[in-house]
Design a protein around this ligand. Structure first.
Ligand SMILES: [Ca+2]
Length: 250
C-alpha cells in the first residue's frame, strides 16, 4: 500500500490468507474503508475471534510473523517454510509414501491390465466417492510419480516410476502398463485413472462396494460398454470426474 513491492509482499498475503483460512474471519475489518486502511498500515490485528481459541500457539505465531508491517522483520519464504507450525504439523516426511505403499501400488498397476473396461468404470465411480482418509496414501504416490507436479502423470514420469520399481522392464512393458491405466489419447494418466487402478489391489474395495458401483452405472452405459463403445464414453466421463476430484482432494 505504500507503493514498494518485493516478493516479501507475497509473504504478507500468505499471512492474511492463513489468518482467514484458519479462523474464517478477516484480520482487518471495520465499517469504514479509512479505518480498515489504517489498521492495515499499522499492521493492527488481534486473535480475538472465537475460532482462534482452539488453534495452536504455533499457528498464531506463524500468522504474526507474516503479518508484519516492516518487511525486514517479516519472515521470508525460506524462513516461513521452516517455521515450527509448518514443520511440526505438516512435515515433509509425511508427504513421502512408504516403500510398502509404493510396492503395492506397483503391483496394483500390474494387475490392472487384466481388469475389464466395465470394472474400470465401476472403480472410477468408487474412486470418485472415496474420502480423503481412504486415498491419502495413494495421493502421496501420485505426487511421487508426478515429478513435474502438474497434476497428471506423463508417459515419461510413469516410465521413470516403473523403472524405479523394477529395472528390468522393457519400454514395451512400460507402454503396455501405461495404456492399461491411461484411457485417453493424450499420453497422460489422470488422478482418477490412477486411483481407479490402484484402489482395488490396495485392499480397499469390498465386493459390496463394487456391486454398488455397478448398480450405479445406468443401463445405457452398460449397453454402450458391452457394445465396445467404452473408448468414447470413458475419457469424457473421466475428464469430468478427474478434474473435480483433483481440485477438491488434498
Ligand atoms: Ca506430470
Amino acid at each position: 500500500m505504500r507503493g514498494v513491492y518485493t516478493n516479501q509482499a507475497d509473504l504478507w498475503s500468505i499471512g492474511v490468507v492463513a489468518y482467514m483460512l484458519l479462523s474464517n474471519t478477516k484480520p482487518f475489518y471495520g465499517r469504514k474503508r479509512r479505518v480498515v486502511v489504517n489498521k492495515i498500515l499499522q499492521g493492527e490485528f488481534t486473535f480475538y475471534s472465537k475460532s482462534w481459541k482452539n488453534l495452536s500457539d504455533e499457528s498464531k505465531q506463524f500468522v504474526s510473523a507474516l503479518i508484519q508491517v516492516d518487511s525486514k522483520k517479516r519472515l521470508n519464504a525460506v524462513q516461513a517454510l521452516k517455521h515450527p507450525w509448518l514443520d511440526t504439523q505438516f512435515p515433509l516426511s509425511d508427504r513421502i509414501p512408504e516403500k510398502t505403499t509404493l510396492d503395492s501400488v506397483h503391483e496394483s498397476i500390474l494387475a490392472y491390465g487384466s481388469v475389464s473396461e466395465f470394472r474400470k468404470m465401476a472403480l472410477m465411480i468408487i474412486a470418485h466417492q472415496s474420502t480423503t482418509d481412504e486415498i491419502i496414501e495413494l495421493r502421496k504416490v501420485f505426487d511421487a510419480y508426478d515429478t513435474a507436479n502438474d497434476g497428471t502423470i506423463s508417459y515419461k514420469e510413469f516410465h521413470d516410476a516403473m523403472q524405479n520399481a523394477n529395472a528390468s522392464y522393457t519400454d514395451k512393458d512400460v507402454e503396455k502398463l501405461f495404456k492399461s491405466v491411461g484411457t485417453g489419447n493424450d499420453n497422460q494418466i489422470y488422478y482418477l485413472e490412477f486411483l481407479a487402478a490402484t484402489l482395488e489391489a490396495h485392499g480397499r474395495i469390498t465386493e459390496e462396494r463394487l456391486a454398488g458401483a455397478f448398480d450405479r452405472l445406468d443401463r445405457q452405459v452398460e449397453v454402450q460398454l458391452k457394445l465396445q463403445t467404452c473408448n468414447e464414453t470413458l475419457p469424457s466421463l473421466l475428464n469430468y470426474f478427474s478434474h473435480l476430484l483433483f481440485q477438491f482432494s488434498i
